[in-house]
Design a protein around this ligand. Structure first.
Ligand code: FAD
Length: 430
C-alpha cells in the first residue's frame, strides 16, 4: 500500500507530466521504492502545523530541505527504515523576498527527496534515517524516522500540480489561497482512505467467518438427556454475531460503492463527486475501522478460550488492524470532517427565498417517504413473507440506503439490522 498508494499516489496525483514520465515506470516495477513522509514527531493530525521547510535557492535553482528541530523529524514513515529510495516529503515552501533576510511561507507542499543511493542503497548525505522500533502489529513494514540537514534537491522535484516556482523564484498556482491549495493537496490523497475502508471490511469478513463457523460446530449444554447444542443456537451468541454478519454485508456493498465513486471521480474530476467521495471516505473509513476493531474482540470472546490461541488469528488480526483507526486520518478527526460537511449541506439546504426553502424541504421529505418500505408488508411476520428473498433484499436495501445517506445514524441502522436478524433467527431458522 505504501508503494502504490501513498508514495506512488502522491507522485502521480500531486505531480505533473514531467514527474509521471520520470518516475511512473520505476514506481510501477518497484525499482523506485519510496515512502510518504508527512507526519512529524510533533504533528500528525494537524498537517498544517508541520515544521519541515523547503527553501528555494535562486542561485542554484534548488530547494533546501531542512528539519529545523527534533519535533520536525518525520516519524512513522512506512518504508523509510529499510527499503525506501525516495520520500515524498511534505514541507512548508519558503520563498526569498526582495529583502534578503525575509522569506515568505507559501504553505505545505510536497517534494520528491532521494534518501538512498539507487545502486548502493547507502543513505544519501544530509539524510539521517532511524527505525521507529518494534510495533504492536504490522511489523512487515519498516516504519522509520527521517531528519534532513539542508538536503538540496532540484527545483523540478517540487510536485507542482497545485503550486509552482519558476526559475526566478516567482510563485504561481491555479488556486487562490494557501487553504485552498492545502485542501486540494490532501483531497488527492483520499485513495488511501478508500483502500483502508475496503481492507478493514476484509478483516471483518475473516473474523466473522472464523467466529460463526466455530460457533456452529462448538457445542455446550443442551436439553436434559439430549445431545448438547451448537452455541450458535443461543440468542446471546446470535446477538453477538448475526448483526455483525449483516453489517459485514452492508459494509461490503458500501465500500464497493465507494470504490466505484472514487474511480468515477478520478475519471471525471467532477467537483460534486470530489466533495462526496471526500466525506464518504472519511465517514466510512472511521465507521468501518472502529466497528471492525470492536468486532475483533467480540469474535475472540465468542470463540471462548480457543479464540485466544494464536493459531486462530484473532490476536494478529487485532494487532495488525488496530492502527487502521489512526493512520490515513485519526477516526475522531475524520468524523469531525464529516460533521463539518453535513453542517455545510444543511446550511445549503436552507439557502434561498422562503418558497425555494419550503419546496426543497417538501421534495426531500417526499424522497424519504418514498424510499421507506411498505409499512403494512414490512410488519408481516408469516414464514412465507419472511423467507421471501424480495422482502429480504428490500430490507437490505433500506439498510444500505440509510447507511449511505446517514453514515452517522448508528442507532437507527443497528436497530434495523438487529430487527431483521431477530426475525430471521426467530421465525426462519426456527
Ligand atoms: C504504523 C504506523 C504507520 C504510519 N505510516 C505513516 C506514513 O507512512 N506516513 C506518514 O506521514 N504518517 C504515517 N503514520 C502517522 C499517522 O498518519 C499519524 O499517527 C496519524 O495521522 C495521527 O497523528 P498523531 O499520531 O500525531 O495523533 P494525534 O493527532 O496527536 O492524535 C492523538 C489523539 O488526539 C485526538 N485529537 C487530535 N486532534 C483532535 C481534535 N482536533 N479534536 C479532538 N481530538 C483530537 C485524536 O483523536 C487522538 O485520539 C503512521 C502511523 C503509524 C502508527
Amino acid at each position: 500500500m505504501c508503494v502504490c498508494s501513498l508514495w506512488g499516489g502522491s507522485v502521480i496525483n500531486l505531480g505533473t507530466k514531467k514527474h509521471r514520465d520520470k518516475y511512473f515506470e520505476g514506481i510501477n516495477n518497484l525499482e523506485y521504492l519510496g515512502c510518504f513522509a508527512m507526519t512529524e514527531l510533533h504533528h500528525g493530525s494537524n498537517v498544517q502545523g508541520i515544521q519541515t521547510i523547503a527553501t528555494f535557492d535562486p542561485l542554484t535553482d534548488e530547494f533546501v530541505i531542512t528539519t529545523p528541530n527534533d519535533g520536525a523529524i518525520k516519524w512513522w514513515i512506512g518504508n523509510a527504515a529499510v527499503h525506501g529510495k525516495f520520500a515524498t516529503v511534505f514541507a512548508k515552501l519558503m520563498l526569498p523576498t526582495h529583502d534578503s533576510k525575509v522569506v515568505s511561507d507559501m504553505g505545505v507542499h510536497a517534494f520528491i527527496v532521494p534518501i538512498r543511493d539507487l545502486k548502493t542503497h547507502q543513505t544519501l548525505p544530509g539524510v539521517e534515517i532511524n527505525d521507529c522500533g518494534h510495533k504492536v502489529g504490522l511489523n512487515g513494514v519498516d516504519n522509520g524516522a527521517l531528519r534532513f540537514r539542508d538536503v538540496r534537491i532540484p527545483r523540478d522535484n517540487l510536485l507542482n500540480r497545485f503550486g509552482d516556482v519558476s526559475r526566478d523564484g516567482t510563485y504561481t498556482s491555479p488556486l487562490p489561497t494557501i487553504n485552498k491549495r492545502f485542501a486540494a493537496t490532501l483531497g488527492e490523497l483520499v485513495g488511501g482512505r478508500v483502500g483502508l475502508a475496503y481492507t478493514s471490511v476484509g478483516v471483518l469478513k475473516i473474523a466473522a467467518t472464523i467466529a460463526i463457523r466455530y460457533s456452529l460446530i462448538r457445542q455446550q449444554f443442551g436439553p436434559p438427556k439430549q445431545p448438547e447444542i451448537s452455541i450458535l443456537d443461543y440468542q446471546s451468541q446470535q446477538h453477538k454475531l448475526m448483526p455483525m454478519l449483516a453489517s459485514t454485508y452492508a459494509f461490503h456493498f458500501a465500500t464497493v460503492n465507494l470504490i466505484k465513486k472514487y474511480a468515477e471521480m478520478k475519471k471525471t474530476h467532477d467537483e460534486q463527486l470530489v466533495a462526496d467521495v471526500h466525506a464518504l471516505s472519511a465517514g466510512l473509513k472511521s465507521y468501518v475501522t472502529s466497528y471492525t476493531a470492536k468486532s475483533l474482540s467480540v469474535c475472540r470472546e465468542a470463540c471462548g478460550g480457543h479464540g485466544y490461541a494464536a493459531v486462530n488469528r484473532f490476536g494478529s488480526l487485532r494487532n495488525d488492524h488496530d492502527i487502521f483507526q489512526t493512520f490515513e486520518g485519526d477516526n475522531t478527526v475524520l468524523l469531525q470532517q464529516v460533521a463539518g460537511d453535513l453542517l455545510k449541506q444543511y446550511q445549503e439546504k436552507f439557502r434561498g427565498g422562503t418558497f425555494a426553502v419550503t419546496w426543497n424541504y417538501l421534495r426531500e421529505s417526499m424522497n424519504t417517504y418514498l424510499s421507506q418500505p411498505n409499512p403494512v408488508t414490512s410488519r408481516w411476520e408469516g414464514e412465507d413473507h419472511l423467507r421471501d428473498p424480495k422482502f429480504q433484499l428490500d430490507a437490505f436495501r433500506v439498510i444500505f440506503y440509510l447507511f449511505l445517506k446517514y453514515p452517522l445514524a448508528r442507532e437507527y441502522r443497528n436497530f434495523i439490522i438487529l430487527s431483521i436478524f431477530y426475525y430471521q433467527t426467530r421465525y426462519i431458522h426456527g
